[in-house]
Design a protein around this ligand. Structure first.
Ligand code: PBG
Length: 325
């Protein structure tokens, strides 16, 4: 390539029309997914402190949010349940009448075009707040697998379009795949949270999902933020076990991981812009220290440019609205 003054990259940046013509990365509303927090009752809408604009809702209110999302062109929703009852094993997780199961049925009936993804994990359902069952104070991997499979089965029977395990137990994709297939739910895909890091950026979510561990932390099962090679190993293992798509989480602070995973896999790649990433942008915009809408769009564009096909984000409706303008 000839150098300056023959080559002048600014020539193609001169007008918005030129910039649009040569743009490499595009955000599409249909590939955004909105997380929703569902609990029992009717007419419930309880704001989450550290996540302005995000509420815990009952199923009837959830349907309104889902309809808004669908109108904006958002591709799907990701459901988290907040049960009335928590216990040692998280048994509400596979209650066929639980909030998530009811929400799935209502969504498939009333908003059929939205893809309904359910988060499969025990942390919202256990009284100790860990993502699996405790044996001698430690999360027991193999004992947890069967419970996760039960939860996944219950979601799939309710009509979930995609099952998304976020617990980070070893072997859970295989266990869930087997359970689904034995129940003739061979058509239900698994999106595994393959590379999920033990991140401080989940802070606001734990308030939203009421899932903070009572003792200890999640570093014994979620990944060390210092590791990148290990993310590829996790992804390969999950794909070998039958995952149909994989996820990297969080997204913004882990763009290098998204880019590396994207180079390695041929399946769809999702990235989760988590609660803390959302809260940071909201907080700084609230102070007037930067333009919140532009920060939202740039952060999402960066995640997409790094290689994510699907982006899970609390900004899904706002971003889709903005893209449609
Ligand atoms: C459940 C789960 C968490 C998130 C998604 N699924 C919390 C955690 O692992 O502690 C975080 C999502 C967010 O921060 O937005 N295991």
């Amino acid at each position: 390539m000839p150098s300056f003054p023959i080559t002048r990259p600014r020539r193609l940046r001169r007008t918005e029309a030129l910039r649009r013509l040569v743009r490499e990365t595009h955000l599409v509303p249909g590939q955004l997914v909105l997380p929703l927090f569902v609990r029992a009752g009717t007419g419930v809408r309880q704001p989450v402190d550290a996540m302005p604009g995000v509420d815990q809702t009952s199923v009837d209110e959830l349907l309104r949010d889902a309809e808004r999302a669908a109108r904006a062109g958002v591709g799907g929703v990701l459901l988290f349940g907040i049960p009335d009852h928590k216990d040692e094993t998280g048994s509400s997780a596979w209650d066929d009448a639980g909030p998530v199961q009811q929400a799935v049925r209502a969504l498939k009936r009333d908003v059929p075009d939205l893809v309904v993804i359910t988060d499969v994990c025990l942390c919202e359902y256990t009284d100790h707040g860990h993502c699996g069952v405790l044996v001698d104070g430690d999360v027991d991997n193999d004992a947890t697998l069967e419970l996760l499979a039960r939860e996944a089965l219950s979601h799939a029977r309710a009509g979930a379009d995609i099952i998304a395990p976020s617990d980070m137990m070893d072997g859970r994709v295989a266990a869930i795949r087997r359970a689904l297939d034995e129940d003739r739910l061979t058509h239900v895909p698994i999106l595994s949270y393959a590379a999920k890091y033990a991140s401080v950026f989940y802070g606001p979510f734990r308030e939203a999902a009421e899932s903070t561990p009572r003792v200890g932390d999640r570093r014994g099962y979620q990944m060390d933020p210092a590791n990148a090679d290990e993310a590829l190993r996790e992804v390969r293992l999950d794909l070998d076990e039958g995952a149909d798509a994989v996820m990297v989480k969080p997204a913004g602070p882990y763009l290098d991981i998204i880019a590396r995973v994207k180079r390695e896999v041929t399946c769809p790649l999702a990235a989760y812009q988590v609660s803390g990433e959302f809260a940071m942008i909201k907080a700084v915009a609230e102070r007037g220290w930067l333009d919140g809408e532009r920060a939202m769009m740039e952060s999402l564009l960066a995640i997409r440019r790094a290689g994510a096909d699907i982006i899970i984000t609390y900004f899904a409706i706002d971003a889709a609205d903005r893209l449609g303008r």
